[in-house]
Write a protein that binds this ligand. Structure first.
Ligand code: SF4
Length: 474
């Protein structure tokens, strides 16, 4: 997942502080590490650390990051180890010093091919991260081949397959660009005469931005002190035999985004509410109470409860200081987090027929413990409702889903999953029902549910190679 931000100040607002606020609002998109790079017109400076934004950026640290343009990143890892060398933004050194920086959200499908091409030309990498690849691609073509930066980004869009919503900083300018299929979100807004960019609209709300809009897939924004340009690259023909151009990640709406964000022209809370109502449509058993797995299932449960005219109670209390279990990088911390994260309010469960609602199920680790916890709190029955279709395939567009073999819905039938979880009943949302919850279902990616990876046919082999590598590396 990851979250990005960019800020170009034409006022007295310090850019780094504005980016810090935007990152703070997007902490849910990545908790492993964070960083901010800033330009004062002469050189770029960078501060990055493992951990949370509020701990990484003290007032003293921000004072050292003076400048009029800044970019920032919160990371959750998809490629590369959990280490400071893989954190973003990347500062790219040249003979003139550190004069470029990049931060990106996404995942590059043909990473190896492009990285090897650049290595042969003498480009060195200090990490295995996609953001660095994008940055070095641009800088190589600008510095060594004499291309304008905008032309280097256009070439990048032709050559690099996958998901990337990115901000690129030079001494004078801030660039923002988004892959041509629009997998990951990216918002643009104005704060007075300043420009703010962020993954989610909730971050721009914090900055009191106005004229907010979603950046178009394939769009490049170039912002300097004196000018501002939006270039719509219209790269559709490059996709050749791919079906429709847009492939927004539907999981952003189901799980990742904050409910107060607007994404892909949808209100996130509203989509979740509709999902809950859809789940309820097919149920005709008697229940006493609806309980969400907080927080991302809250609106789904509300939609379910409203449709069934049942009470909804926030009866699982979440410790907000533990972090999101799904985005913890290893199994041990994930297991520990589940136990430490939830505590049931027993009065709401004792003797009750409970509809327990979650947004999705990946490994089944968390929900199995929760079903046990709810039964331990006295529930007479636990009926599990999942606000997404079964996740059967890995994601290669910026979400750290595990290998196929680790996905519970890939290994087991629905009935076997129900038995494994010890639930009295289990139902998932269907893809067809999910598609009725968004305005234009043809604009979305559903590959983790149906395995239909949205790439031109000639690049489908890259996905197969990735899967084989995952299988052989265990
Ligand atoms: S595969 Fe799933 S998680 Fe990945 S971009 Fe597509 S919908 Fe989103």
């Amino acid at each position: 997942m990851c979250g990005i931000s960019g800020y170009f100040s034409r006022s007295t607002q310090p850019a780094a502080s504005q980016v810090m606020l935007a990152l703070y609002a997007q902490q849910h998109r990545g908790q492993e590490s964070c960083g901010i790079a800033v330009s004062d017109g002469k050189k770029l400076r960078l501060h990055k650390e493992m951990g949370y934004v509020k701990e990484a950026f003290s007032i003293q640290t921000l004072e050292k990051l003076s400048g009029f343009a800044a970019i920032g990143h919160v990371r959750y890892p998809t490629r590369g180890a959990s280490a400071i060398c893989n954190t973003q933004p990347y500062l790219i050194e040249t003979l003139s010093g550190p004069i470029y920086a990049i931060a990106s959200n996404g995942d590059i499908v043909n990473y190896d091919e492009i990285a090897n091409e650049l290595r042969v030309k003498g480009v060195h990498f200090s990490s295995k991260n996609d953001g660095e690849l994008l940055g070095r691609f641009i800088v190589y073509h600008h510095e060594r081949e004499g291309m304008e930066i905008v032309d280097a980004i256009k070439l990048l869009m032709k050559r690099i397959k996958g998901a990337y919503s990115s901000v690129f900083l030079t001494r004078e300018a801030l660039y923002a660009f988004r892959d041509i299929q629009g997998f990951r979100p990216m918002m643009f807004g104005r704060v007075g005469d300043d420009i703010a960019i962020a993954s989610e609209s909730c971050a721009l709300d914090i900055l009191r931005a106005r004229e907010m809009r979603e950046m178009k897939p394939g769009e490049i924004e170039v912002i300097t002190r004196r000018s501002e340009r939006s270039i719509d690259t219209e790269q559709q023909p490059l996709l050749g035999n791919t079906p429709p151009r847009l492939r927004h990640c539907v999981f952003e709406l189901i799980y990742f985004a904050r409910p107060d964000s607007t994404q892909f022209d949808e209100y996130v809370y509203d989509v979740r509410h509709k999902i809950g109502a859809k789940l309820a449509e097919h149920d005709d058993f008697e229940a006493d109470v609806v309980v969400p797995v907080p927080d991302s299932a809250n609106f789904i449960a509300m939609g379910y409860a409203n449709a069934k005219n049942l009470p909804m109670h926030l009866a699982l209390i979440r410790n907000h200081y533990v972090g999101r279990t799904f985005i913890r990088p290893d199994q041990y911390t994930r297991d520990e987090s589940v136990r430490q994260k939830f505590n049931p309010l027993k009065d709401f469960f004792t003797g009750k027929r409970v509809v327990l609602v979650d947004d999705s199920m990946v490994r089944g680790t968390t929900i199995r413990k929760l079903v046990r916890m709810v039964k331990g709190a006295g529930a007479a029955e636990v009926h599990l409702r999942i606000g997404s279709p079964p996740v059967r395939y890995s994601c290669y567009y910026g979400i750290d889903t595990p290998t196929r073999g680790e996905l519970i819905a890939n290994r087991m039938s629905i009935e076997d999953i129900r038995t494994y979880l010890d639930a009295d009943s289990l139902k998932y949302l269907t893809i067809e029902d999910l598609q009725t919850c968004v305005h234009d279902s043809s604009h979305f990616c559903y590959a983790c549910f149906d395995g239909n990876y949205p790439l031109p046919r000639d690049t489908q082999r890259l996905i197969r190679e990735k899967e084989e590598r995952q299988t052989t590396s265990g």
